[in-house]
Design a binder for this molecule. Structure first.
Ligand code: SAM
Ligand code: SF4
Length: 376
């Protein structure tokens, strides 16, 4: 079984020619460009320096979501345009840079990582990257959000490398509608991916369903029904506006209330399951069901008060709120020769300035990126 899967759609790009001056760190070369990183502290030193970081509202920032690539093997209508242009590889973080920044995060108390994208499984060498990330002191939980197309082959190697869980995106169980939403996806690949994830022990399996008006609002019933027999968490996500496709997204939002009413009109009143006020998904259960339902109501009923998440975009910016454009560039200083402590100070300062919440209600939209570049 292969440990890496290459996407033939992503061309091999030439390596960056110049290595920035003034860097005494370690030089290396890989498919994401020839760059240098400063030396990071060893395991013991890293563990000793770890100190939890809080934002200015007192929220502990402990969850880092990393977009491993902006590229994808699908083009979901709500995520990106069909002719989406992806960034050249040398603009994206190399493995060493990702690992360096995770170590910086760990030294600030980050203990939870989610790998996302774009589609994280198409990143060359992702299994090795997971293996190296899993042993970074302080990282206790590592999950991935994936469209599952490649999980049939990759679930076991990823689990063996140290991945704990997966969230799998599936917005309908109807093969034709799935193709329409993803523009060319085959739903059977997703079912195979879900089965492989379960076999590999990547549990509990969570299914992400973005509900888009005119595409799949009726599918919430069939998707909710999956929880009757399976101990999965099916999460219904409100469509969020980003970048170029924000007009489309705003006019196609289905609210949490409407989704819930639809589900309750068939299965009766939902029971509330226990909620930690940290997870963006509010959990419910159809009475007697094996699994749970979750609703992520970022647009109509935001949950910013419990948010301890920051994101690393594929091109190495620390993004402080999914739905705001505030970012701190970490990759340029890193490539320019900044030390571990200097990058740490930048990350700490950025986390401190994490905005309280998004500004959708006042017409303040994130415009500089599409979802695939941020990592949802
Ligand atoms: N390719 C992977 C996948 O689809 O699971 C990971 C990246 S994708 C950007 C992460 C999650 O964001 C997916 O569950 C996807 O459905 C969701 N998503 C994408 N665009 C969205 C949008 N405009 N609003 C809400 N969720 C969105
Ligand atoms: Fe790709 Fe995921 Fe975006 Fe769909 S939602 S286009 S699978 S990155």
């Amino acid at each position: 079984m292969p440990t890496t899967v290459r996407n033939p759609d992503i061309p091999e790009l030439p390596l960056a020619k110049a290595v920035p001056k003034g860097n005494n760190g370690h030089r290396y070369r890989n498919g994401y460009g020839r760059v240098t990183v400063a030396a990071a502290p060893g395991e013991d030193a890293l563990a000793a320096m770890t100190e939890p970081v809080h934002d200015s509202y007192g929220r502990r920032v402990r969850y880092l979501r990393i977009s491993l690539t902006d590229a994808c093997n699908l083009r979901c209508v709500y995520c990106m345009p069909e002719d989406m242009q992806f960034r050249p590889r040398q603009d994206l973080m190399s493995d060493e840079e990702v690992l360096f920044l995770v170590k910086v995060g760990a030294s600030l108390g980050v203990d939870k990582i989610r790998l996302t994208g774009g589609e994280p499984t198409i990143r060359p060498g992702v299994v090795d990257l997971v293996r190296q990330m899993a042993v970074i002191p302080g990282i206790r939980d590592m999950a991935m959000t994936t469209n599952a197309l490649l999980l049939d082959e990759m679930a076991q190697p990823l689990a063996d490398a140290g991945l704990n869980r997966v969230n799998i995106s599936i917005d309908t169980i109807d093969a034709e509608r799935f193709r329409r939403i993803t523009r060319w996806g085959d739903i059977d690949d997703v079912w195979r991916g879900i089965a492989a994830a379960e076999r590999a022990g990547l549990r509990p399996v969570k299914l992400n369903c973005v509900v888009t008006r005119g595409f799949n609002e009726e599918d919430v019933i069939d998707l909710a029904r999956l929880t009757l027999e399976n101990d999965w968490e099916v999460r219904f996500i409100e469509l969020m506006p980003f970048g170029e496709v924000s007009d489309f997204q705003l006019s196609h939002v289905v609210s949490f209330r409407e989704m819930r009413e639809r589900v309750e009109s068939v299965f009766g009143e939902l029971e509330e399951a226990s909620y930690d006020f940290v997870d963006p998904s509010r959990p419910f259960r159809i009475p007697g069901a094996a699994g749970t339902l979750g609703f992520i109501s970022s647009v109509t009923e935001p949950f910013c008060q419990g948010c301890g998440r920051v994101r690393l975009t594929a091109d190495g910016k620390l993004r402080l709120c999914l739905l705001r454009d505030d970012e701190v560039d970490l990759l340029s200083p890193l490539r320019g020769g900044a030390s571990f402590d200097e990058i740490r100070a930048l990350m700490e300062e950025g986390a401190y300035h994490k905005p309280w919440g998004h500004g959708l209600a006042s017409g303040d939209f994130a415009e500089n990126r599409a979802m695939n570049q941020i990592g949802g």
